[in-house]
Design a binder for this molecule. Structure first.
Ligand code: EPU
Length: 417
């Protein structure tokens, strides 16, 4: 059965090693490995479902891929590449579009199916396309595919209308092999971009300014395959922190950087939690019940949209009322209806939600709409009378290695059905 059962239990206690950020960083670096012929070893890669999709995309393109350890993948990109990413794979994972920039840069052409929208809102690709066109690519969208061609990419100044993570990544991975200098203004500043840029620089690229709003790339003629180690997953870490906020307790997270979760730590601090840095990660302690605070999502270093559903689950159990504003996606509140099934007191209106905290929720069968929404419902179950069963758990497995197992190791009553 594709479901997870959660029962309220004791406060959380223990230490946990945070997984590598496979979904939001790993798959992007796998795509970037296409830029150079040769062998790449990728470490700290937790085997989440989205990774399987990127592996399938790379195999379809002609890359030899094999696991060389439980968290280590070997890619051999030396063979001839077939620069086409098929529809059935791309529609399973949006980030497949990340092969567009590298394939175009290395092969001079790419044909990638269009991923379409998903459960959190419309997700356009216009900035990916106009940026690549500014670098000299010719793009044509037809029959559900984007077909891109270029003789040689040339450096350009690209100003993004919004600091899109995916557009920044696609343009960055195209620019590294372009002739001359590319400047990406209003670039996304997420730590995953910095992780990607560090990998590109190890391959011989000249990328400056990753992690700031202006990224400058001096194109090089060729890159050399290099190894990489994926950063700790800040979203998974934030999920554990929110779980601790809901259930109470004291936890230590290893393998993640508090700097990547500064805004979350600040908000949890305002709510009454103690969060501090340890030599290898984060320590946090939560009293029995936290206080509500308002939250609005913003691009990094603001409060990430991916934490929003988790924060709403937490606020549903806090003392007080909070206003939550979602500024990144236009339809990320649909999971709130499922929380209402659990007795939450919340209303949504467009990009806003008002959440009035309840001492306890009530366990119910609910459905995961996307990866974070499903995780949020499981977290809510930690403070609900009786049993909560989250159906369609496969959405959660797209981005978490084993959330039920991890929560159980902290003492929560969570199990797969
Ligand atoms: N957008 C455009 N045009 C574009 C690109 C984006 O209008 O050309 C809009 C989107 O429609 C959206 C906003 O810009 O409203 C942000 O999109 P962005 O491109 O930044 O998001 P993404 O790269 O598609 C990644 C993460 C998401 C995360 C967002 C925002 C991965 C695989 N996905 O998506 O992660 O929410 O950045 O930080 O890295 C998740 O982990 O649950 C998740 C959805």
């Amino acid at each position: 059965m594709d479901a997870v059962a959660v029962r309220p239990g004791t406060p959380l206690h223990g230490t946990i090693k945070v997984s590598g950020a496979s979904k939001n960083s790993g798959v992007k670096q796998l795509a970037a490995a296409l830029l150079a012929p040769g062998v790449t070893t990728v470490r700290n890669l937790s085997p989440v479902k989205d990774l399987e999709v990127m592996i399938a995309v790379l195999r379809a393109v002609g890359v030899e891929v094999s696991w060389t350890g439980s968290e280590e993948l070997r890619l051999d990109t030396s063979g001839t590449l077939e620069p086409e990413a098929p529809y059935d794979l791309v529609t399973r994972m949006r980030a497949s579009i990340n092969v567009l920039g590298p394939l175009l840069a290395r092969c001079g052409e790419a044909r990638v199916a269009l991923p379409g929208g998903d459960n959190i809102g419309s997700r356009k690709l216009d900035m990916h396309f106009t940026g690549l066109e500014a670098m000299g690519a010719e793009l044509e969208v037809s029959r559900g595919f984007v077909q891109a061609r270029c003789n040689a990419l040339k450096g350009a100044r690209v100003v993004l209308e919004f600091p899109s993570v995916g557009a920044t990544e696609n343009l960055l991975t195209a620019a590294v092999l372009a002739k001359g200098e590319t400047v990406i203004e209003n670039a996304a500043r997420e730590p995953e971009i910095t992780d990607l840029a560090a990998f590109l620089n190890r391959m011989g690229a000249h990328v400056l300014g990753a992690g700031t709003s202006t990224i400058t790339v001096e194109g090089v003629d060729e890159l050399t395959a290099a190894d990489t180690e994926i950063m700790g997953d800040r979203i998974e870490a934030g999920t554990f922190l929110m779980a601790c906020g809901i259930a109470g307790g004291e936890i230590t997270l290893d393998g993640v950087r508090l700097e990547h979760l500064e805004m979350v730590a600040m908000k949890l601090g305002e709510m009454g939690m103690r969060v501090s840095k340890t030599p290898d990660g984060i320590w946090a302690a939560a009293p029995e019940r936290l206080r509500a605070v308002d939250i609005q999502t913003l691009p990094y270093p603001g409060f990430a949209t991916d934490f929003m559903p988790l924060a709403v689950a937490l606020l549903a159990t806090c003392d007080g009322t909070a206003i939550v504003t979602e500024n990144i996606f236009d339809n990320r509140f649909s999971f709130v209806d499922e929380l209402l099934r659990m007795g939450a007191d919340a209303i949504t209106d467009g990009r806003h939600a008002v959440v009035r905290g309840r001492e306890r929720l009530s366990g119910a069968p609910v459905r995961a709409f996307d990866v974070r929404a499903g995780a949020a419902l499981a977290l809510a179950g930690l403070r609900a009378e009786g049993e909560t069963v989250v159906h369609e758990w496969h959405h959660v497995d797209r981005g978490y290695r084993d959330l039920p197992g991890a929560l159980a190791s902290l003492g929560a009553e969570v199990s797969r059905l």
